[in-house]
Design a protein around this ligand. Structure first.
Ligand SMILES: [Zn+2]
Length: 146
C-alpha cells in the first residue's frame, strides 16, 4: 500500500487550538516531511501543527500528608501536657510526704510516691490486680503494686 506523501494544501486531521477538537485542517506550511502550520477548516485559524494528541499536562504531584509526623506531634503534645500536670500536682503537695516506691506496697489514687529511678510521681489510677498508673515528670508509667 502506497503511503501518500503530504504536501501543502492537503487535508489532515489536527488538534485545533481554537475549536479544541480534532478537526480537518489544510496544510499551510511544511518543513521537509513534517507539517508545521495548518489552517483549520472549521474556524480558519492558522496555527502550528500539533498532531492529534494534545500536550499532556504533567500529573499533579500528590503531597500525601505523613500520618507518622502527625502522630509524633500529638505524642509530643501529650508528653508536654503530662509534664504540666505533674508540675501542677507537685507544686501543691508536700514532697516530704512522698511514700518511697515499693513494688509490694499498697498505694491509693492521688498518692505521692518517690521512685528511685523516675523520681516523684502521683498515682493516677489503680489497675487491678497489681498495677497502677503513675504520672512522673517524664510521663506516665505502669508500676507494680499490691
Ligand atoms: Zn478551528
Amino acid at each position: 500500500m502506497r503511503i501518500k506523501k503530504l504536501s501543502a494544501g492537503d487535508i489532515i486531521e489536527a488538534a485545533c487550538t481554537r475549536c479544541r477538537a480534532i478537526l480537518n485542517h489544510t496544510i499551510v506550511a511544511m518543513v521537509e516531511d513534517r507539517v508545521v502550520r495548518v489552517e483549520c477548516n472549521t474556524c480558519h485559524g492558522v496555527h502550528n501543527y500539533r498532531g492529534k494528541t494534545e500536550k499532556k499536562t504533567p500529573a499533579a504531584t500528590t503531597s500525601a500528608q505523613k500520618k507518622q509526623t502527625v502522630s509524633r506531634q500529638q505524642k509530643k503534645e501529650t508528653a508536654a501536657s503530662e509534664r504540666d500536670e505533674w508540675q501542677a500536682l507537685c507544686s501543691t503537695v508536700n514532697v516530704d510526704q512522698a511514700t518511697p516506691y515499693d513494688m509490694n506496697g499498697k498505694f491509693r489514687a492521688n498518692e505521692l510516691l518517690n521512685h528511685p529511678t523516675f523520681g516523684l510521681g502521683i498515682v493516677k489510677n489503680i489497675i487491678p490486680p497489681n498495677k497502677m498508673e503513675v504520672l512522673f515528670e517524664h510521663g506516665k508509667k505502669l508500676l507494680r503494686c499490691q
